[in-house]
Design a protein around this ligand. Structure first.
Ligand SMILES: Nc1nc2c(ncn2[C@@H]2O[C@H](COP(=O)(O)OP(=O)(O)OP(=O)(O)O)[C@@H](O)[C@H]2O)c(=O)[nH]1
Ligand SMILES: [Mg+2]
Ligand SMILES: [Zn+2]
Length: 327
């Protein structure tokens, strides 16, 4: 007999072969049919059979946010029969596994977490996440956490970070400045995430788990200090977890990402996934075959010269293009 629909909430960071490595699934609100367990209760699951249909070739067949159909659970355990088709999903290329890895699925919102300091602001890393969010067709919001630290830097804070944040606003991204430590900006973030499924993504130590704790008082996600010398995180979170931070509001905490290698595009398509580059595509003298690196009559280079493209964004473009060409 078939169980009801369930939201899959936890995934190991490793591939998940059948009959190995339990994953857990939490029944969706209101799907409390006979045998499916109480809404909110966790069920330990394994995939039935060898592979999950339509999920062959992925590094991980299931990710947080996935919806699965379970066999009726017995004593808190069940087999996963099927995964539902996804509305959208965020991936990266997992170089170690040589496959695409799904970071989260069925999302309403991608929260790209950055910090002005500790760890230092990394626009290159942020651009990689933004490119991937465009590929996935997701609404991305840049969340600049630890804003309390920026204010400590003086009345104007660190102008360089602010200048970069303002440029992201200029090219059309939403930017929010918050502090998980002081709670500043958390009310706005709480209303923004209400009723949605969001994922927090960013390098280690930017405060993803702290943000969940601040959003949902009473949650006790483990948080970790920073490496004293380099002010980098220590990779405290090791598994992605989806939490219900308020009724019908889900936020996925993920482990800090070391490398975000874009997935799903080739070097020639990159400019289409960078907002201020995209409208210029096809308008260069060499049309769609322009690499935007050296060609005369290149509209991207022209936009770089007259300030419509920030030099940092162009630098991200060049590096990403090189990397995509070498994959
Ligand atoms: N000053 C300040 N410190 C913060 C803030 N948010 C988090 N921290 C601190 O930053 C450190 C790292 O926070 P975590 O929440 O563990 O960071 P994370 O992004 O979950 O890190 P990983 O799990 O390793 O990916 C902890 O010492 C937090 O107390 C903030 O808004 N301001
Ligand atoms: Mg964490
Ligand atoms: Zn060009």
């Amino acid at each position: 007999m078939r169980g009801s629909r369930n939201i899959f909430t936890v995934r190991p960071d490793r591939p998940l072969p059948s009959d190995q490595g339990p994953v857990s699934s939490t029944p969706d609100q209101g799907s409390n049919q006979a045998g499916s367990g109480q809404a909110g209760a966790e069920i330990e699951c394994r995939i039935k059979g060898k592979v999950l249909k339509n999920r062959e070739g992925y590094y991980n067949p299931l990710a947080p946010g996935d919806r699965v159909i379970l066999e009726d659970p017995v004593q808190g355990k069940a087999l996963i029969l099927e995964a539902e088709e996804r509305k959208n999903y965020l991936t990266r290329f997992n170089q170690k596994g040589g496959k695409r890895q799904v970071l989260a699925a069925n999302l309403d919102c991608l929260l790209c977490v950055t910090t002005p300091v500790s760890p230092p602001f990394r626009p290159r890393f942020l651009d990689r996440i933004l490119v991937q969010s465009e590929i996935a067709g997701l609404r991305a919001i840049i969340l600049c956490n630890k804003y309390d630290l920026l204010k400590q830097a003086g009345p104007y804070g660190d102008g360089a970070v602010e200048e970069r944040l303002e440029d992201y606003v200029r090219i059309g991204y939403e930017v929010m400045r918050v502090s998980a430590r002081t709670g500043w900006g958390m009310d706005t973030l709480r209303s923004l995430t209400a009723g949605k499924i969001s994922v927090l993504l960013g390098q280690s130590g930017v405060g993803k788990s702290s943000i969940i704790n601040a959003l949902a008082p009473g949650t006790n996600m483990k948080t970790g200090g920073l490496n004293e010398k380099y002010h980098r995180g220590n990779h405290t979170t090791s598994l992605s977890v989806m939490l219900e931070t308020s009724p019908a509001t889900y936020v996925i905490d993920t482990p800090g990402i070391r490398r975000m290698v874009p997935d799903g595009i080739g070097p020639g398509e990159l400019a289409l996934y960078m907002r201020e580059f995209a409208p210029l595509q096809g308008r260069c003298t060499y049309g769609l075959s322009c690499s935007h690196l050296t060609e005369p009559g290149c509209k991207v280079l022209e936009a770089l010269r007259d300030g419509r493209i920030h030099p940092d964004r162009y630098e991200s473009f060049v590096r990403l293009r090189d990397e995509l060409a070498s994959l």
